[in-house]
Design a protein around this ligand. Sequence first.
Ligand code: CS2
Length: 494
Amino acid sequence: MSVPARLSTAFLGQRAPGVAAPAYDRAQRTGIVHLGIGAFHRAHQAVFVDERLAAGERDWAILGASLRSAETRDALAPQDGLYTLVERDGEGERVRIIGAVTGLMVAPEAPALLIEAMSDPLVRIVSLTVTEKGYCHDPATGDLREDHPDILHDLARPGLPRSAPGFLVEALARRRAAGIAPFTVLCCDNLPANGRLVRRVVSRLAGLRDVGLGDFVASDVAFPCTMVDRIVPATTPADRAAVAARLGLDDAWPVVTEPFRQWVIEDDFPMGRPAFEEAGAELVADAAPYEAMKLRLLNGAHSSLAYLGSLAGHETVAQAIAAPGFAAFIRGLMDEEVTPTLDVPARTDLGAYKSALLRRFANPALHHRTWQIAMDGSQKIPQRLLATIRARLAAGAPISRLALALAAWMRFVTGTDEQGRAIDVRDPLAGRLRALCDAAGPVPEALVPALLGVRDIVDADLAADPRLVRAVREALTTLYQSGAARAVVQFQPE
Ligand code: CS2
């Protein structure tokens, strides 16, 4: 059998019949610089942009930059930025080629070039998916961590930054000095009030450099909040092989996702934007209710499934949700403990939304590892579980399912699973968490206060609430005594 050619502009015509590909002119100006060009961006925002380019809008091509590794650039540059998008569920799959990304950069290789690109007057949006930890903030308070090594670096060498906030500040400073209007900063990470949070972090960093610059960023730059939603597991070698077979071309980095996608965006783009609404995005005045709904229901349930599921030995979300008791537990978490804390967004049928979430989690065609979602818990837990817990406690309401999920995170970060095997805990605070766990030992009375005492994650007042301490201690005791699988099956709400 002959080796298939590599996907690229030159070989696009050789793709298998039935695979859609960009028919628009890709030789157009860059309108969007995206920081953090991972699978999620390529399966979400880039697809909306691709559809607008296909509809005839011009000069919104995306220059995608990675802030750390060269992997994406190395995979996609030989493909002229083209990649395959596979949308899959139990019923079928749709395969298409996305062309919106026309440039690729690796920031650490050439930070000055990236700044230059961001300073181009034709760039009207800088969007970001750099994960929760990429903003160098304190997850408990939302403040910039001024002692973060990348922030210290960026203050010392502002022209050659490392962090996302550092790139934004330097490019905004250059534009301001040159009299070029600022771009809109479009945060697409799963953070609460993400635009406002990024404004706070970026204006603080700017202010540390120059008070006037800080004020300018705080008042003259638009940071619309967004709610982004699409489940995009890491691409596996099996996905690559399946795509090559389907496409008839080799694609070094396809993305595989579900059919569902949602994007709610605050409509604040002084420099203009593609007509995202024509591609199905919802442009709103206030994204807060959508964000809270998504973070607490989808991501809260996801993290709960990730910790309880991996402790119970389930490799993927689909396996976890199919295991005895899990779907009922998660539905109970959503209905009884999360829903009462939400301000339901206009025209949203929450019952249908939650049922759809359970179906999405059960999607048998996605290999979404519980381990992948469990990563970076210290950055995720505050908005996914603790904010809900805080609202519940303020209302004097029970938190027993939320407490079991939080206890499962604690059990997970001890670094040893229920069979005594090591867990590869990936988290910016992994070392500290591990040291606290080792010092406490597998003793809920010691472990719970130790982990609730990590101020970067849990605010002091919440950590001191005796109702929380008791509920998590009881839940952790159950996890140690019975294991996660039984704890879920036998779960009795308070
Ligand atoms: C997941 C999210 O990895 C995670 O933490 O919970 O990436 C999730 O798949 C997306 O937010 C879905 O929109």
